[in-house]
Ligand binder design. Structure first.
Ligand SMILES: Cc1cc2nc3c(=O)[nH]c(=O)nc-3n(C[C@H](O)[C@H](O)[C@H](O)COP(=O)(O)O)c2cc1C
Length: 138
């Protein structure tokens, strides 16, 4: 079975240091996700995170436990979990496009939709993640 977990959370990163802290997160995440055969994407608006992860159920649970106790964010709200029909990010250990301040209003709207509309909003969010992603391949 393929499992997925997607959530939206509120950043606790100091705004002036956010890019540096994001580098640290991505540097740790790409090799760990790769070793767990987890793929997915991470969006950061400067204020909120949205992440989508897919992989074996045990691997997803493993990462989820780490991510939930991470104090660099709070108010982690799950928007999708359970079985995934197929991989959305086959070649991406963690697709991440850098802080998306420029488009943060658009993303914030998509995040609110994902929280309010359930499945439909979630599909739109995953679509947006795949369009924004430029690194984290392999
Ligand atoms: C928003 C956010 C997303 C994260 N995504 C991942 C991820 O995809 N993979 C990963 O290994 N760690 C990720 N981390 C880091 C983990 O929370 C954790 O610090 C790291 O995996 C080390 O795990 P440990 O604290 O259990 O040793 C993320 C952290 C944050 C704040």
């Amino acid at each position: 079975m393929l499992a997925r977990w997607s959530y939206i959370s509120t950043s606790q990163l100091d705004a002036t240091q956010a890019e540096k802290h994001m580098e640290e997160i991505v540097q740790v995440s790409i090799p760990r996700n790769r070793s767990l055969e987890v793929t997915g994407a991470l969006l950061f608006t400067g204020n909120r995170f949205a992440q989508y992860l897919e992989g074996a159920p045990a691997a997803i649970e493993n990462l989820k436990a780490s991510i939930l106790r991470d104090r660099r964010h709070r108010e982690v709200q799950t928007i999708a979990s359970g079985e995934a029909p197929h991989r959305h990010f086959v070649t991406w250990s963690l697709a991440y496009a850098g802080p998306s301040h420029f488009v943060s209003d658009i993303i914030e709207r998509a995040l609110n939709d994902a929280l309010e509309k359930g499945d439909e909003g979630f599909e739109a969010l995953v679509q947006m993640m795949s369009e924004f992603s430029i690194r984290g391949r392999g």
